[in-house]
Every structure is written in C-alpha cells, then in structure tokens.
Design a protein around this ligand. Structure first.
Ligand code: 3H9
Length: 712
C-alpha cells in the first residue's frame, strides 16, 4: 500500500502540537518505512519548535487508530539481517518518542494493534475510547513473528510480566475496558471527549504533572513479577504452557518469551537488541510466511462475494430459524449475539423450542459473564430479540430463513414448502445441510432462485467458517445475501460448488476413513490422535469422530460413498459402534471413555466391537503419510472439479473448518511444498500396498508431469 500524500500532519494550538496520522487512500493506518520516516521528521521538528510544549497524537481515520507495522513489507524481506534492521529501525523511532523531551499524550480510538500499540506504549500518557471498536493488542505471534518495536520490553514493564505474557504469547487483542483494567490505558472516555481529554492531559503533563500509576497486577502481581523467584516461576509456567500448546510447531511464542525474560534480566537496551535479532529470524521463517498468507487470504475473503458482479445483498433484519436442535439454537444465538437481528425460532413442539431458546441464550450469557463482551443492558436487549414458536407465526417479516432440521431430503423439502408459504417472495431460504445437494432441495421450491446453502460448523458460536453453496438455480442476490449475513456473524465465508460433501466434508471424509482403516490394522487410537495433533491438527481424527458423533459421521460418510464410490467407502466395521449406541461424546461413550463430560482413555469395548487389536504394526511416519496424503489427494481432485473457485478458498476452508495446521498454509499450499511429483509417487506406492483409494488423482498426475502447482 503506497500512500499518495503525507500521512503525518500537525498543528500547534496553545502550545500543544496536535499530530494526526492518516495514511491517505488506505483503509487503515499502518506504519510503513515511509510513515516511519515521516514520524521521525515530525518529532525532530516538534522537538526543535519552542512554541511546542507537548504533543497530543490522534488518528485521522474514523474507526482505526493504527493496525501495526505494514505487513506487506514483511513479505518482501529476504534475509534475517534485513528483518532485524527493520525491527531495530522501528525500535529506534519509538525510543525517540519515549525519550522525547516534551510529553506525548495519545488519544486512541479503533484498532490499536502491533506496532500501533507499541507506539502508544512509547508515549507518555494513553487515553482510549470506551467504544467496542477500540481494541488493543499485540497479534504478532499470529503472524509468526514477535512484537519487534519494543513491545516485548515496554508492555511487561507497564503491566507486569504475567499480564504481558498473557497478551504477547497468545497474540491477544483486548477491548479498551480490559486494557484499562490491566493498566495499558491511563484513561477511558466516551469517543465524543477523546480529543479534549487527551489535549488536557498533554497540557497537564507540560505543566509538570506526573500521572500516578498503580503497581501492575496488584499485590499478587508484585509477589510474582516483582522478585526474581516469583518471576522465574511465571516464566517456567508460561514456557510449559507454550510448549504444550504449540507442540514445537510455532517458534514465535517461545522466542517472544525468551525476549521478555532476557529484557527483564538484562535491561531494556539489551532486551531491544535480542528482540530485533529474534524478530529478524522469525520474519523469514516458512511458518511466518504461511501465517501472513493466511492473513491476506482472510482479508481478501472479507470483500469477495464468490460470484462475478455480485448484486447488493439484502439487509437481514429478521431471521427465521427452523429446527431448535444444537445447530439451530447455535445459529439463532450467534445471529443475535453477533448481528443483533431479531430471531424467530421454530420447531415442532414448544418444549423443543424452549430448550433451543435456552441454549441460544447461553451464547449471550457467556458473553455477559465469562467473556465480558456485553453489559447487562445490552444483554437484556439482545435476549429480548430471541423468540420462538411451534408455528411459523412471525416468519412473514423474515428476510432470511435458515433451516437446521433432520438431515433428510424429504424432511428438508417439506420444511422448504412450509417456509415458502409463510414468508414473502423476497425472503431467502438457506439450508444448513452438510451433505444434501442444494439443487435437490430446491426441486421442491416455488422460488428456487431464493434457495441457497449455508453450511455452519459445530459449535456455531465458536467455529469461524461458513460454506455458502449456490445451487444450480440460486439467484446471485441470494448468494450475496447469504455471504454478507455470514460475515455479519463474524464468519469467514467461502462460496463452494453444490457437490456432495461440499468442500470441507469432502476432504475430511477420506482422512476419517483412513483413520478407521489404521485402527482396524492395529494402530492404537491414541497413537493416531497423538501423531496428528503433533503434526498440527487441534484434535486427532478419532477424537474428532467422537466429537462430531459417530452417527452423524457415518451418515455423511455414507452419502460420500454413494456419490464417489469405493474410493470414499468407510470401513464397514464402524457400523458396529453406531449399532451399539456408541455415538461419541454426546452418548457418553464412543472410541474413548467419558465420565461426567470429561474425556478419558481409550475404551477397550470400542476395540472389541471393531475387532481391532492394537499391535503397533504401522510406522508413525507411514501413519502420518497415509492420513495426510489421502486428504491432499481428495483436495486436489475437488479443486479439479471446481468445488472451490481458487486454491485460496480451499486452504482457508481447511484451516478454519477442520483446523488444518495453519503453519502449513492449508492442504493445497502444503501439496505445493511437497511437490506433486513426490506426492504422486508416494500415493502410487500406497495404492500398491493398500488399494486404489490412494491412486493419485488426475490433477496431481498432471501437475507431476508438467511441474505444476496450485499457486503460481
Ligand atoms: C507488527 O506490527 C510488527 C511490529 O511489532 C514490529 C515491526 C518492526 N499491514 O482487515 P481489513 C489492510 S505486525 C498491511 O479488511 P477490518 C488489509 O490487508 C502487524 N495491511 O479491515 C486490507 O487491505 P485491502 C500487527 C494491513 O476493518 C485493509 O487493510 N497487526 C494491515 O475488517 C483493511 O483490512 C496486525 O496483525 C497491516 N498491519 O479490520 C493487525 N492491517 O483493503 C492486522 C490491515 O487492500 N489487521 N491491513 O485488502 C487487522 O487485524 C485488521 O485489518 C484490522 C481492521 C482489525 C486492523
């Protein structure tokens, strides 16, 4: 992003220089090399101007303070030394701000992230608005780097090591009230008075006022952070936690931990040096490159409606949800919590509706109590938006209706007809089916153009992905409406082809089947799960089967088997578990044991029913290879069929839908890394040994012949 004019401007009023950052022609403020140079020149001038007694700094953007350093510049870094210089340059600029002889107060409204927060930390006084858009954080580790402009030094000194590590190691962003409670922000004010209060603070600081800050973290904070023994304990515990969470796959959090510890031990100057060094090393790692690619892909998807020339989406004010089960209630609760829409929930009888409403409400309660995202008044307002009935009363005004009823074509078509009768012509009908083609459902429609698929993932409130499926007759406006509404729910949305299993379940099916084949061949379930979590998945495939529910998984597998034949046939032995009622966590037993909702060890009864005997017969490397290559092969085949429009959508779908390891970039990026030639050869070998389900697909064979790739 190259700004077209000066980004930093200033004016002096009454001895206070009011400096404004506004990166021209850019949606957000970012600190690029050019902006950094402007900062330095501006502070130089202000330092020399005797009329200036203090500085008050603001953003010129409506709802954004500073989104951090310019991530596009990282992509162009070609060596660790160059990246180290970039970090050292940022540190030097902020050091000038911190040591500026005149006080600098900053007024923060909107996202204040990464280098933006590091700048604010270098200022002498921070005022922030209490607006929900004002969020402060250091998300660098999510990009595979660490806060490299002094953030690893200044934050722990301001709020204590424990609280700072909590933010830095997880790449967390906090809303301003929490940032105020932590001591990151000195004053919290409504947006209307941000300017006046910041100016007043600058004036007071110029008059010699010294703001009093609480001891970071209170008495306990002092006990833990304030002495070497307590601090050593904090770092030991944090390191243990990081190792457990990252399993050695993400180097940034451990490096950040080292830098914070080093800085507190050896002083800020030495700490900064170490910070720049490790920033440099991290910025050119493959992990960071992959995470940055995911950031840009996700950002692009915020603007992409998945169809050419998308018509404007309809604004959804009222949502109808049919089916008050776990999914329906999740959709209803998430819609109210995220989009503040009026939701009408319908099911066959009132007790089910009541249960659904209660579980939708839990999503709001969670935001009030645990996550503190809502205050009491907002919570009460949102709860009042949820209503339900055992009839379609209230559906007349619905702009969108999402059905989440039993996964059966006839049932869904019946619901579609009832909804059409109860709603007006412009209303869109979306099916939350995971397997049934939208075109088939729409065969029963009077208004097939208004029928679309919106495939949510469970639990809806937490899973970040939504697949929107356009049927053969879906109107472009229905697609835009579904995509736009999905985004209002906070989801990353991919538009996929109306093909069995769509994208996510399609690539998941062979992976899950292969896990079952391995079990039957004598690999222990915990071994399969351990290897795949070590490889980077959040949970292993056997645990995932228990979480999804074996009945649901069997049904989806059956549909894919019917559609694609032998290649996607699940091992028949799995039926024994479903028949025995071992449906996974929800039933209290599946592959693993469950006691009071907690997962225990492998259940010998499951092996017994399967006729499987763990014997350690397959090498770990072979287990990983079989599970990953079978998925990559299916992903490549589905790309060839146009199930996703571009590889980017496929990778984002896999990362956000099934937790494909983000540091590997997604199955298609991973396939490019391995090389089609190598994958095809390995698949041939596996096919020779285990059967045709491993036969490399045409897309991979073609790539292997011509040195092709998914990404150019
Ligand atoms: C860092 O600071 C390192 C330092 O510690 C040390 C350095 C030495 N850079 O998301 P949106 C673009 S690392 C470049 O749709 P929203 C984005 O690509 C940085 N570009 O808006 C998009 O471009 P386009 C740590 C950036 O309102 C446009 O802005 N910071 C950057 O939904 C609009 O973005 C982060 O990781 C950037 N830093 O959300 C924060 N940020 O229009 C990353 C945004 O051409 N940013 N763009 O497609 C965000 O989380 C969100 O963008 C934000 C706004 C919440 C700010």
């Amino acid at each position: 992003m190259a700004p077209s004019g000066p980004a930093v401007t200033w004016d002096v009023h009454d001895g206070i220089a009011v400096v404004t950052l506004d990166c021209q022609d850019q949606p957000v403020n970012v600190i690029s090399r050019a902006v950094k140079d402007e900062f330095i020149a501006t502070f130089e001038l202000l330092g020399n101007d005797p009329a200036v007694k203090a500085v008050a700094f603001f953003s010129g953007k409506k709802d954004n303070f500073i989104a951090g350093a310019d991530i596009e510049e990282f992509v162009r870094l070609s060596s660790a030394a160059e990246a180290e210089r970039l970090s050292a340059g940022g540190q030097e600029m902020l050091d000038r701000v911190a040591k500026f002889p005149k006080p600098v107060a900053v007024g923060i409204h909107g996202a204040c992230l990464g280098g933006g927060l590091e700048f604010a930390l270098a200022c002498h006084y921070r005022v922030a608005t209490d607006d929900p858009k004002t969020q402060l954080g250091l998300p660098e580790v999510q990009l595979g780097i660490l806060p490299g402009a002094g953030g690893c030094q200044r934050l722990p000194r301001l709020i204590g090591a424990r609280a700072a590590l909590d933010i830095i190691l997880a790449g967390k962003t906090e809303r301003s009230p929490k940032a105020f409670r932590l001591g990151i922000v000195d004053e919290l004010v409504p947006p209307a008075i941000l300017r006046d209060i910041t100016l007043a603070a600058a004036r007071k600081l110029a008059g010699g006022w010294k703001p009093r800050r609480r001891r970071p973290g209170g008495f306990f904070g002092w006990l833990l952070d304030g002495n070497p023994l307590g601090r050593a304990l904090v770092f030991r515990m944090a390191r243990k936690q990081v190792v457990k969470q990252t399993r050695g796959n993400y180097p940034a959090p451990l490096a950040a931990l080292e830098v914070v510890e080093y800085g507190l031990k050896h002083g800020i100057a030495e700490g900064l040096k170490r910070e720049a060094q490790l920033f440099g090393q991290l910025a050119v790692t493959d992990v960071s490159r992959k995470l940055v690619q995911i950031f840009f892909a996700t950002t692009q998807l915020k603007k992409d409606f998945g169809i050419p020339n998308p018509p404007p989406p309809a604004t959804v004010r009222r949502l109808g949800v049919v089916g008050a089960g776990f999914m329906g209630a999740g959709i209803a609760g998430t819609a109210v919590a995220q989009a503040g829409v009026d939701v009408r929930l319908k099911d066959a009888d009132l007790p089910r509706v009541a249960k659904g409403l209660a579980s939708a409400r839990e999503i709001l309660d969670d935001r009030l109590t645990r996550r503190r995202r809502l205050d009491r008044y907002e919570h009460a307002r949102l709860v009042a938006l949820l209503s339900g009935s055992d009839t379609y009363a209230g559906f007349g005004g619905a702009d969108l209706v999402i059905e989440a009823v039993f996964e059966d074509l006839a049932v869904k078509q019946q619901v579609l007809k009832e909804v059409e009768a109860a709603t007006r012509d412009g209303s869109v009908f979306a099916s939350n089916t995971s397997t049934i083609p939208i075109t088939r459902i729409a065969e029963a429609a009077r208004r097939p153009g208004q029928v679309i698929g919106m495939h949510f993932f469970s639990p809806v409130a937490r899973m970040p992905l939504l697949e929107v499926i356009a049927g053969a007759r879906s109107a472009p406006a229905a697609v835009s409406t579904a995509v736009a509404f999905g985004r209002r729910l906070g989801k990353t949305v991919i538009v996929v082809k109306d093909s069995p299993g769509f994208w996510v379940n399609r690539i998941l099916a062979p992976y899950m089947n292969e896990a079952a084949h391995l079990l039957l061949q004598g690999v222990a379930m915990e071994e399969i799960d351990r290897l795949m979590t070590q490889w980077g998945f959040p949970v292993g495939p056997i645990t995932l089967l228990d979480e999804v529910g074996l009945d649901i998984a069997a049904k989806a597998a059956g549909v894919l088997h019917a559609a694609f034949g032998e290649r996607l046939a699940p091992p028949p032995a799995l039926d024994a578990l479903v028949k025995a009622g071992r449906l996974g966590r929800k039933a209290g037993n599946g592959f693993y044991k469950y006691a009071s909702g907690k997962k225990g060890g492998p259940d010998p009864a499951a092996y017994h029913l399967l006729g499987a005997h763990p014997n350690g017969g397959v090498r770990p490397a072979e287990i990983i290879q079989r599970l990953t290559l079978v998925m990559l092969n299916e992903a490549a085949r589905a790309v060839g069929e146009g199930v996703v429009r571009v590889p980017r959508d496929g990778d984002i779908g896999a990362v956000f839908g099934i937790g494909f390891p983000p540091f590997r970039g997604g199955p298609l990026r991973h396939a490019d890394d391995l090389g089609a030639g190598r994958i095809a050869a390995e698949l041939e070998r596996l096919a020779g040994q285990y059967g045709t389900r491993f036969t490399p697909c045409e897309v991979l064979q073609e790539q292997a012949r011509g040195n092709g790739r998914f990404y150019s």
